[in-house]
Each structure stands twice: as C-alpha cells, then as structure tokens.
Design a protein around this ligand. Sequence first.
Ligand SMILES: Nc1ncnc2c1ncn2[C@@H]1O[C@H](COP(=O)(O)OP(=O)(O)OP(=O)(O)O)[C@@H](O)[C@H]1O
Length: 816
Amino acid sequence: MSNNPRKFMPVRRNGQQNSNNTASDNDGRASVASTASGTSAGSLAGPRIPFLPSSRSGTTTIRNQMNELARSRSVVKPLATSTLLARPVSSLRASRSRSPVKPPSSPTKTRKVVFDSPATSPTKINARGLPGEEDEEPFSPSHLVDATIISDIDLSVDFDPNELSRMLADEQAREDEARSDALDKVLVSIRVKPINDDEEAWKPDTEEAKIMIKGQYARTTTSVNNEYRYDNVLAGSNNKLAYEATARRHVRSAMEGFNSVVFAYGQTASGKTYTLSGTDEDPGIIPRAMRDVFGYIKATPGREYLLRASYLEIYNEQIHDLLAPGIGVARVPVMLQGTGLNVTMTPLREEVVTSLKAVKEVMERGESNRRTANTDWNERSSRSHSVFRLVIESRERTAEGSTPNLPSASSSSKLHAPGANGVRMSVLSLIDLAGSEKATSDKERAKEGKYINTSLLTLGTVIGTLAENASKGKSDHVPFRNSKLTRMLQPSLSGDARISVICTLNPSPSAVSESLNTLGFASRVKRVSLNATKKEIVDHEALLERYRKEIDELKAKLREKDAQERKVNRRLSMREKADEHRDKTDLNLRLQQLSKLILTSQSVDLPTETAGSPTKLDFDLTPYELQEELHNARKRLEMQETQILSLEAALAARPALGSDAPETEKDKLIAELQQTNRELTIVVQGYEANAGEPLVAVKEDVEKEWIDKLNALEHQLEESKSWAKEMTKELESEKRVRQRLEDEKRALLSFVTEVDVHMRERTSYTSSLPRLAISTPRTSLGNPENKQRSLGAVLIETSNASFGTLGDLREVEAKE
Ligand SMILES: Nc1ncnc2c1ncn2[C@@H]1O[C@H](COP(=O)(O)OP(=O)(O)OP(=O)(O)O)[C@@H](O)[C@H]1O
C-alpha cells in the first residue's frame, strides 16, 4: 500500500491528525485526500486506510482513531452520495426538511449507531441516531444510514456542505433538460455587478429572472421595452451561485460528449473576468468548471478520460497561443484553417493535464505569457478575447483497459467488453470577451477599440442572422469570416455546441446605453437554435486511443518477455541478462507514464494542495513522517513526468509540414521545435535534479555529520599537541637540572679525591714523625680506613647540606 503514492494519505506531523470536527483548515485539506480516494475506494476497492506504523505506541492510538474514521466513512460515504442520489428528489427534500443535518452533541454516538448497534440491539434509537428518547417513527435498520441521521462528523471535515444541494440541483437540472430540451437554446443569463452607489438604473428580479430599468432612466432611452426576461438574472457577488446557474450543466454536457461554450459578454469593467476567473476566496466559472471536470471523472468509474488544455487570446485580430514557446510578437500566430464545422487552429499547443494542479499551472503559464506580451497586461487583458479550451476524450473502460497499477479484480465486472464503443471527443471553451466600449481619442486605444468593436459587432451580426434564420426558417449568409472570433466560434455558433452566455451589466446610470446594447445582444442570442450532438470519433484521431493502443502493445511485449524468462534451459550471459532487465524496466516505465495520462475515477485526485516538502531529510523523523516526505517527493516527480509527457504529446500532435510547404513555414517549425526541445531539456534537467534530491539531501546530512566529527577530532588533536608541548618543556627543564647535578657530582668527586690524597699524604707524614702521646678514644677513628671514610662522609654531608641535593646525587649514582 505504501508503494502506491495515491493510496497514501498524508497526515500532519508532530502527532497532529484529523480529529473530529475540531480539525483545522490544514487538517481539512489533508483529509480531502482520504475522502476523495475513500469515496471511490468505497465503491470499487474498499476503504483506503492510511499507512501507519504499528511499532510506535504513540501512533497506535492515532491509528485506531484513523481506522475508526475510515470505517465510518466506508459506511457513510457511499450512501451519502450514491444512495441518496438514487432516491427520488422529492423524498430527499422531505426528509431534509423534517430533520435538518445538525452537528451531533457527541460525535461518538452517531458512529455507535453505525458500528455497535446490531439489529438485535434492544436499545431504542431515534432518527438522529441517539439512544434514549424516541421519535414518532420507530428505529428500523433501514434508518441506519439516511439523510436524517448523517451528521457533520460522519462526513469528512472538508465535505462541501452544499454538496447535497448541488446534487439536488443537478437532478433538477437533469429533469429540466429532459422536459424542455433547454440546451437546444443558448442559455442566457444577466449578471448585474453590485455597485456601492445607491443610485442604480436597473432593478434585477432574480426570482422572476427579469430585469427592469427604473422609470427616470427609461425616459432617457429610446427603448420602448422597460422589462427584460432571460433564463437567469443574477445579482450580488456569489460566484458559486453564478456558476451553478450558468455553466454547470454545460460542463457536464462537455463531459458527456457535447461541445460546450460558456462566454461572458459585456461592457468594460462590468464583471466578465470576475465571473469567469473569480478571486482566490470565491473562484469563478473556470476554476469551478475544472474541479467539476475531475469530480465528474471521479464519479464515472465506467469510463476513462484524456484531457488536453490550450489557452489562447485574440488581440488586434491575431490569435496568440499563450502556451506556445517564444515571447510576445516572436510567437508564431495561430492560423484558422478549414471551413464550416471543420475549422481548426494551427499550430496550437494542447497540453495533457491529469490534475487540477496541472490545469492551474497551464493557466498561470498562459497568464504569464500574456503578461510578457505587454507591460500593461492588465489593460491588455481587458482588450483581448481570451479562450481557455479543454479537449475531453473519453471511452468506456474495458477490463483490459483498466490502469495497470490499480486493482482491477473488483472493478472489472462493471466494465464493458473491449471495443464496445469508440472514443468520444468534445471541447469545452470558456471565453472571456474583451469589453465593448465607446470611441476614444487615444490612437493606440482607438486601434484596439476598432478591432474589439469589429469582432464584437461581427459577433452581434452573426448572432442576429442566426437568430433570424432560426425564427423565420431562413438560411441567409452568416458572416462568420468577418472576424477571427466568429470564425473560431463558427462550429459552435452553427449549432454544434451547447452555449451559455453571461451578459454582465454595470447598473450605473452612466452606463445605461451600454447596458441596453448588452441586453439587446442577450435577447438576440436567446433566439439562436442549437443542435449539438455527441461525437464519436475514429480511433486514430484520438490521442486516448493512440495511448491505449501503445499501452496494449507494451503490455503484450512485457507478457512475451515474461514468458521467455520462464522458459527452461535458457542460458544467458550476464550481459544479456542486464540488457533484458533494462528493456523490461524501460517498457514498464513507459507503461506507467502512459497509464498516468489516462484518467479514471480511481486515479483522479481532487485535492490540489500538496505541502511543500523540505529539501533535506531529517533522520529524527518517524518512519511515518519519512513516508510522508517520500509521498510528497513522488508527487513532485509524477508532475514532472506528466509535464514531460505533455510536451511529448504536443510534439506528437504537431501537424506534419508537407514537403512543398514554403521555406518560411519550415523555418518557423524548426524554430518552434528547437524551443520545445529547449523546454524539454529544462524540464528533464529539473526532473533529474529532483530525482537526485533525496540523494543530495542524504549526502549533505552525512557530510554535516562527518564535519562535526572531524571538528571534534581536530579539537582533540590540538589539545594533545599543547599537552605534548608542555611535557617537552618539563623534560627540558629536568634535563637541565640533571646536567647541573652531574656537574656538581663531578666537582664533588674531584674534591673528595683531592681531600683523600691530601689526607693520605698527611697520614704518611704523621706516621713518619715520632709518636705523640695523644690519647685518642677508641672509636671508629682508630681505624685509618674508617677515619678516611668518616672525613669523606663529613665532607659529602657538608657539601650535601650546602647544595641540598644529596638524595638526587645518590639517585643518579644508583642509576649509574
Ligand atoms: N459581481 C461582482 N461582485 C463583486 N465585484 C465585482 C463583480 N463584478 C465585477 N466586480 C469588480 O468590478 C471590477 C471590474 O470587473 P472585471 O474586471 O471583472 O470587469 P470586466 O468586464 O472583465 O472588464 P474588462 O472588459 O475591462 O476586462 C473588478 O474590480 C471586480 O472585482
């Protein structure tokens, strides 16, 4: 389990873990991973329980808590999504109104109902799952998990509280769709920007989906119509509501195989960008749409998907690929080719995206390219049309086609036979149009304004003609070719897409005439008829199919190699064995890379947050924390792998240039290829640097450890050296003392010898004299030898007394 990063759930460090409803924001995010994977795992492969080390007693409690939480989710989540949806909407509404979802007084009580109260339990339990007081309805097993008893604690901490209502809204939308075929018309919504000024010229009625101009301002216009009705009229700043009302259905349609277009139209500063992009706190249509795309994949186990994103802008009637290499004007402009429904853009870079994070990265890159094109990018952004496109390829999953590193046994039974269906391909286009504006005296602005107004005017004319044709059954010429914008939108506007238009309005009295224009455009768009159909494309056109084929081939090759390996009596040299091993590793690597590009409900990860991993390994981390580090590192590597593959895919998808193509075209292509090559090199270098990062970290740590040790040893050495110096000094002084003593000894000996000689001479002289009657006591001096000795001893003692070194002298003598 720990080998598969997707199955690993990161948990905060330092013993913090998700705990009930007191979890912090960060905990909430961490548990998104578990909830998201837990949901799909619950339906296909059982609940995923995070890796937790069993040896550490401190974490055992955490593990128990987590496991309990996982068990509770495995019971509650599938029912919270699928079972609730399976019930009629009306009954759900009834049950919600009877007993609204409330936080329980004690979190453990609700869980007890799920796990500890078997049907035989004599305890009476009420509909809220609490023992004791009874409700009117007696407890029955069918109430075990129900909308009425699911409390917040049973949902993950990050569970969107409006998820249920969104599902209900979905159901409602589905019913609406089936009833009125609403998506065969353009969905037209008006969004009125809130202004601080009390004075507003317009009065939106969101309930009735109409907007009225206030009396005093109506008189100032030539319009006879003072009230306008649309599919939606929105006021306020809530982007979530705006998304749900205007774009959600279209995103789902795109996932189901219909081309879908959502665009915002309106005067400058009326709120188009706010509606499409939103803010960090309240994301707009594009980020919400992307989240729903991945949510849809997650909720659709029967299909597999390949997503490709592109981002472009139309500025001064030129299309710029915001993801293409080159900067600003150096970038090769995108050309529109083909006619009618077959208009294509080339060269246009499409990048395979496998996660929300990757989509965000693509968008940010696009924005930054936009910025480099013009220092005053903010100004420019409002003066160019920007188009974010997501190509969605999908097909039914087959048992063979299930991703290789996932457990297919449990899911294969749900899958269809191979080749049952072709590949569906659709494009979701999210367009932020430039703001329409009045004439200006500034030359540059006037030029931009001319282009903007030309394209918007052409859009209006095209829409008007289409509306006329539709309502009067005519087939008048539609001037699509008069602007790049309308030409690009031709396939969609011709009916082959589901379209939602959000017309943004500045309610200020000073903008009444612009607002009337916008409402006029909205009314015309409303009359356009659409007839979008699902498209199944031939195999070789779909990247998904190409990848799938390659995957199948790789698998076949691997099987063949395995079979060969098993053959008996197969003798291989070491070199052959190494080659074979390397071949297999390469095949496996490519297989894994391709498999990652194909998204399935199991592989999609909704949470986007990945905590930045520290670059150094801390050996004091617990095994669990190290596992977390590893997980983060793997995620980073995966992202880079995907980036490499996206670039490869972009290369593969590049249209081949015919041999008769003009030289300039060839040069352009070569320049582009060189740039792509450079990018690939940079990414690969980054990848390699990252891949080596753990090693670098280990090396740094080991080095640090050894440097510390070395310093300690050097210190020790210094101490020893100074000790040795001291010793040498002492020895020197000892030596000097010894020398002095020897000199003294020698002097003393010669003195003694001299004295002895002198004494002997004196004795012989005395003995030659006539004997004196001197009475000498009979002591030791009676013996001449003793006499001599005693004198020597006396002298020596005298000399010792004067030098005080007799002991030393004796010692030296003894040694000698
Ligand atoms: N519904 C809204 N709620 C709150 N603020 C809004 C809303 N609509 C627009 N705004 C604010 O009004 C300002 C202008 O909005 P925005 O940039 O979205 O206009 P725009 O139509 O995209 O302009 P342009 O055509 O020049 O690009 C921004 O500061 C934005 O935050």
